[in-house]
Design a protein around this ligand. Sequence first.
Ligand code: NCD
Ligand code: ZN
Length: 334
Amino acid sequence: MTELVLTSPLDMHLHVRQDAMLDVVAPLSAQHFAGAVIMPNLVPAVDTVERLHWYTGEVRRATAGHAFDPFMTLFFRDYTREELVAAKPHIIGIKLYPAGATTNSDNGVQEIMSMAHVFAMMEELEIPLLVHGETHGFVMDREEEFCEVYRALATRFPRLRITMEHITTRAAVQLLDEFPNLRATVTPHHLIITLDDVAGGLLNPHLFCKPIAKRPEDRDALLQAALAAHPKLMMGSDSAPHPVSKKECPGCAAGVFTAPIILPMLAELFERHNVLHNLQAFVSDRAQQLYGVTPPRTTVRLVREEMTIPERYGDVVPMWAGRTLPWRVASVTA
Ligand code: NCD
Ligand code: ZN
């Protein structure tokens, strides 16, 4: 195949930051994607309706001229019913971070089940819960340990729609089939890399993210589910830009920047496994079905021509900088 057409691709987990960084990275997503779930972990976090309106305006301004729907999220805290009712028309869900689990999450939740009253209101108001699912245990075991929390939430709140964000383990893939109210996002990089790519040879800070890439058997389980267009699995890139000065240093920030290369990367991966026909479901249809969203209709045409990944976008180094991919985005029409 030399050409591939995708309709309204969606990125169901995206960090676009604010200020100058927002202006660099948001257009790179909006030029390929018809919509994205915008993460709220700014400093300070997006955790009031007022700040939500401000941030929505900022994202819209930075993506003006593109057929692009920002699906906004609030940062989870102990919200009142009034706050939830006021926010509901403007958000796709609320993102819960365990305190300290990742970038800008110091004000996350300390004790998850102490927030049962908020989960109950979200269930009643039909507001989805998006979760960064990691405990504070040993770094390779954090997600698997958190599966107990997912089980408890899914059981106690059976009508609460829960998205396990950026899953990285075979255990999380298996959990998807156990509870009707669980669904998940997975990143393109976690379908491809393992911990060996991050730290098995010379350390690669540009592949360091949370959750950390895991074992080959984990990667293979994620890949099989994605290639098969698992009905409860959506592409969420977790593209998370940091300036090069925060990546190439001691105390490297967590986050892999993939926004401009997601579709070419996935085309190569799905083609290599002879399932290019399943890519549309993985990058758009599943998200539309699971969230009931209808993004702008766009047509993205990829061609089998080489794309050399730039060394930098602004002062952000993308994943695989300098490498060549066999596919590129040739045109996008709205
Ligand atoms: C994200 C970021 O930089 O905001 N980092 C990451 O490693 N994925 C936060 C997150 O999604 O965990
Ligand atoms: Zn993220």
